[in-house]
Design a protein around this ligand. Structure first.
Ligand code: X8Z
Ligand code: ZN
Length: 597
């Protein structure tokens, strides 16, 4: 098929813009944006289809094709965004004004005007994600190769420090070849963002929150200060218990070695729950075991998630979801296994891409991903510009909110558990959740604290790895298990860094999901402690959730938050309420032991 050159897609406006120096009118602005959103929708559907094929079949050809279609869609957006500046200062109706504002903020990467550089940038981004997706550790020849799923299993289950270290260093070697491309990516992404009027690519990312970018950064500091005491208590408790297990490998008052926490990136620690479980308050069940005992397969896992949403009043997923998704890791080719939820046509072509394993962790991840899919469908009747979440933290928070309703009582209702443990086991339940949700908070912050500084130039390439570990120590209190050098490039051993996905959204989601859960539990008239509230089967809670979802990003996120939680502020009081009994318990346990590092 012959593709119309971009210049022609935009020629009407180019003529308008460069023609007579006549002042643009509000009517022209409205026509301009309506036309832009239709054309960009078509381009984004093409690029999504190509991205899908690339992610589920990584070879050079799919990388090249996807990069080309991504470039077309991004370059058109950039061009429209530049054209739209001719309406700056004009008094526009609120809908048109918001659409134009969102157009300028819609990209996570802006291609530079130079066609060569534009192509180079999209090719690099495509390639970095591919390198990550294909990453393997082969200690002794091709037969010995282990992929991320196998290495993660070792990180989760092994208690042998040498074996953990081997899996950790093995995976962290896959990102060395990404470093050179990453340096160039930073240069070109900054150039593209600069041409759109942003200071750098990080500044572009921070501009998406319906408030001044600096005010947003301050909000993050404020929220982090609210939850930091809880993190410090958890960190100190876990460090003590790990010292009992591993001896002097774990310092009494220093950072915890990153390979002992049950996860490749030490971002969530629930896999080491058995090592730190409270003696008298263990709930006595393990979700992975329950799923296995009931012979749950991948379809069963997804059906549990879908049924939860259905119980709230949402329609079931479309038939095409079941036909087009990727649920299992194929044996014969490389795919990007990192889970994601897709909305290929921006209407109803919803898909899940995930290499599902039958574990409690993946059970939660399925709910996380379906949250994206149900959100996508809830806003699909809005104008294309508004088909996104209130802010990106909202998108990440919806499925996790549902997962907070996976209580013991819920597991009994769906037949996975025979009997819910009584309230004397609440500390065990809370500790398990905290190892997931509280442990994650500083990790959620640190990735973009690092990347923002990289994009601004404050961190130069020859300090990438050193500063990465400085920040990891500062926020998370963890340290690399072996010496690291600049030839290593540990940040890109994390998917979102290699794949250009902003990360602050997950920190926001960790806070927001507790606000949502508290509000929806109130709607469901739950009077139990928050960790025992489940909104399963509650239509009123479902309606309240949906009233927020269906707003998409048509209004500033503060309004969406008000709709669901009755407040316009992101705030950590809900997560603190939820974990208040645990905080007290941890502080008792930590008495006489050092806290901090
Ligand atoms: O990337 C994800 C999802 C897809 S949006 C699986 N998450 C972050 C991560 O894995 O690092 C969910 C929690 C944090
Ligand atoms: Zn997500």
């Amino acid at each position: 098929m012959k593709i119309r050159p971009l210049a022609c897609v935009l020629c009407t406006f180019a003529t308008l813009a460069t023609g007579a120096a006549r002042k643009a009118t509000p009517e022209e602005a409205r026509k301009f944006i309506d036309d832009a959103e239709q054309k960009l929708l078509l381009l984004s559907v093409d690029s999504s289809m190509a991205d899908w094929v690339r992610s589920t079949y990584i070879i050079d050809d799919t990388e090249t094709l996807a990069a080309k279609l991504d470039e077309r869609a991004i370059a058109a957006t950039v061009e429209y965004a530049k054209q739209s500046t001719r309406f700056d200062g004009l008094k526009l109706d609120p809908v048109t004004a918001r659409k134009i504002k969102l157009l300028k903020l819609s990209l996570t990467i802006a291609t530079p005007a130079d066609p060569k550089e534009s192509e180079e940038l999209t090719r690099i981004v495509s390639g970095m994600e591919g390198t990550y997706g294909k990453g393997k550790y082969c200690p002794s020849g091709p037969q010995s190769c282990k992929d991320l799923e196998e290495l993660s299993k070792i990180m989760a289950e092994s208690r042998n420090p040498q074996q953990l270290l081997d899996a950790w260093t093995g995976w962290h070697a896959i990102s060395r070849p990404i470093r050179k491309d990453f340096v160039r990516y930073v240069e070109l992404a900054n150039k593209g963002a600069g041409q759109l009027g942003f200071k750098d690519n990080g500044a572009m990312w921070r501009s998406k929150y319906d408030m001044e970018p600096d005010a947003f950064a301050k909000e993050l500091d404020r929220i982090w200060e609210q939850v930091r005491p809880l993190y410090l208590s958890l960190h100190a408790y876990v460090r003590n218990r790990l010292r009992e297990k591993y001896g002097d490998l774990v310092p009494a008052n220093g950072p915890i070695p990153a390979h002992l926490l049950g996860n490749m990136w030490a971002q969530t620690w629930d896999n080491i729950y058995p090592l730190v479980a409270p003696a008298n308050a263990d709930p006595g069940y393990d979700l992975t075991e329950l799923l296995k005992k009931h012979n749950t397969d991948w379809k069963g896992m997804v059906k549990y998630g879908e049924s939860f949403f259905a119980s709230l009043g949402f329609d079931p997923l479309p038939q095409t979801f079941w036909e087009r998704s990727l649920f299992l890791k194929p044996r014969d080719r490389d795919v990007v296994c990192h889970a994601s939820a897709w909305d290929v046509d921006s209407v109803n072509d919803l898909r899940l891409k995930m290499c599902i394993e039958i574990t409690g962790e993946d059970f939660l991840t399925v709910h996380h991903e379906l949250g994206h899919n149900f959100y996508q469908r809830a806003y699909n009747k809005l104008a294309p510009s508004f088909r996104d979440s209130a802010n990106d933290g909202f998108h990440e928070a919806v499925g996790d909110t549902i997962a907070l309703s996976i209580t013991p009582e819920y597991l009994v209702k769906i037949g996975l558990l025979d009997k819910a443990p009584d309230t004397s086991k609440d500390i065990g339940l809370l500790l398990h959740r905290a190892l997931d949700k509280i442990a994650f908070l500083p990790f959620g912050l640190v990735i973009d604290q690092w990347r923002w500084k990289v994009f601004s130039g404050e961190i130069p390439p020859d300090k990438y790895n050193e500063t990465w570990w400085q920040l990891r120590q500062k926020y998370q209190g963890i340290a690399p298990p072996v010496g690291r050098r600049e030839a290593d490039f540990d940040p890109a051993a994390k998917y979102h860094v290699a794949a250009n996905v902003p990360y602050m959204r997950y920190f926001l989601a960790d806070i927001l999901q507790f606000q949502f859960h508290r509000a929806l539990s109130q709607t469901a008239a739950c009077t139990a402690p928050l960790n025992r509230c489940s909104i399963f089967d509650n239509k009123a809670a479902g309606a309240r959730l949906n009233s927020m979802l269906e707003m998409g990003q048509s209004r500033p996120w503060q309004e969406a938050l008000e709709k669901i939680a009755g407040t316009r502020e992101m705030d950590a009081s809900a997560i603190r309420d939820y974990f208040a009994p645990l905080q007290k318990w941890l502080d008792d346990q930590n008495r006489g032991h050092p806290v901090g590092w």
